[in-house]
Design a protein around this ligand. Structure first.
Ligand code: GUN
Length: 294
């Protein structure tokens, strides 16, 4: 066992709300300062196609969060039969609109859409999800600008623990474009030794058992057994899984992992709140770059 993590306190819940609230307060202050200088309010345009119930909730939460910090948000709704050409035309118009600094197309999209074609059409300077290949390439080259929101929010949470990241072994469970892959790039940038695990990984238990930091982002309830967690590890649970009972749980067996972990994020109430906070930061950053102070 490594002595640094063995000495760390155990069983602390790393809650998202106080950290997200602090980020939101910073963004609100920066937006107010811009307005006092006569600069335009940051503007976020959200495109929602179809009627996925979870997306409805996410989009509503994003609009409320924007309103709370002074960001002007607009929602463009399309029914599930909309053609990709129609959404591409809207993206061209939003790319050209000076009042819009950030553009986000809520996923999932209906089956007639090629999500890559849609993401590629967003002006990278307005890509507040950080999903455009330009922005992911910048992150891969250690010069990030607009960074994917969930990994960015996790980095903010990790910094709040005060634990140094350099030299730590981080194991990421799940290799999605939105979370797992950019998470690996963020942790690499922070000086971690990164292991990415995915559905072809053999012996996940052994990989997770070596981790100083575990980021579980597979979208499978209880995939990461509590008994796998190394004593003193820091556990970040990105999963949001609704069980048949209606209960929402993460990818980690929370109760079993809690006494072993130094810190562990709860679900709900952990990482989810940080994603929206990072989106607000990105929208402010996009506005600062597109409409800078004179
Ligand atoms: N669907 C679920 N989470 C997200 C997100 O962070 N961004 C977008 N665009 N769609 C999502």
């Amino acid at each position: 066992m490594d002595t640094a993590s063995a000495a760390a306190p155990r069983g602390q819940r790393l809650e998202g709300k106080p950290i997200a609230d602090a980020v939101k307060a910073q963004v609100a202050a920066a937006v107010a300062a811009r307005q006092a200088q006569g600069l335009p309010r940051p503007g976020l345009a959200v495109i929602l196609v179809g009627d996925d119930p979870a997306s409805e909730i996410y989009v509503r939460n994003k609009a409320r969060a924007c309103e709370a910090v002074g960001i002007a948000s607009q929602l463009h709704r399309y029914d599930g039969n909309t053609t990709p050409a129609e959404v591409l035309r809207k993206l061209d118009a939003l790319n050209a609109d000076p009042a819009v600094h950030g553009i986000l197309v809520q996923s999932p999209l209906p089956p007639q859409f090629d999500a890559d074609e849609i993401i590629d059409r967003i002006d990278p300077q307005k890509d507040v999800d950080g999903f455009h290949p330009y922005n992911l390439g910048r992150l891969a080259q250690r010069r990030p600008i607009l960074r994917p929101c969930t990994p960015k929010g996790i980095m903010t949470m990790l910094s709040q623990t005060g634990r140094p990241l350099r030299g730590q072994h981080a194991v990421i469970v799940g290799a999605s474009n939105h979370v797992g892959r950019p998470m690996g790039l963020e942790l690499l940038l922070a000086g971690c030794t990164v292991t990415s695990t995915h559905k072809f990984t053999r012996d996940l238990a052994t990989q997770v058992g070596r981790a100083d930091i575990v980021v579980a982002a597979a979208g499978r309830p209880g995939l990461v057994a509590g008994a796998w967690i190394k004593e003193g590890a820091l556990v970040i649970d990105v999963g949001i899984n609704r069980l048949p009972s209606g209960k929402v749980v993460g990818d980690v067996e929370f109760e079993a992992a809690l006494p072993r972990a130094s810190y562990i994020t709860p679900v709900p109430g952990g990482v989810g709140l940080m994603t929206v906070a990072s989106l607000l930061e990105n929208t402010l950053l996009a506005a600062e770059q597109l409409s800078p102070a004179a």
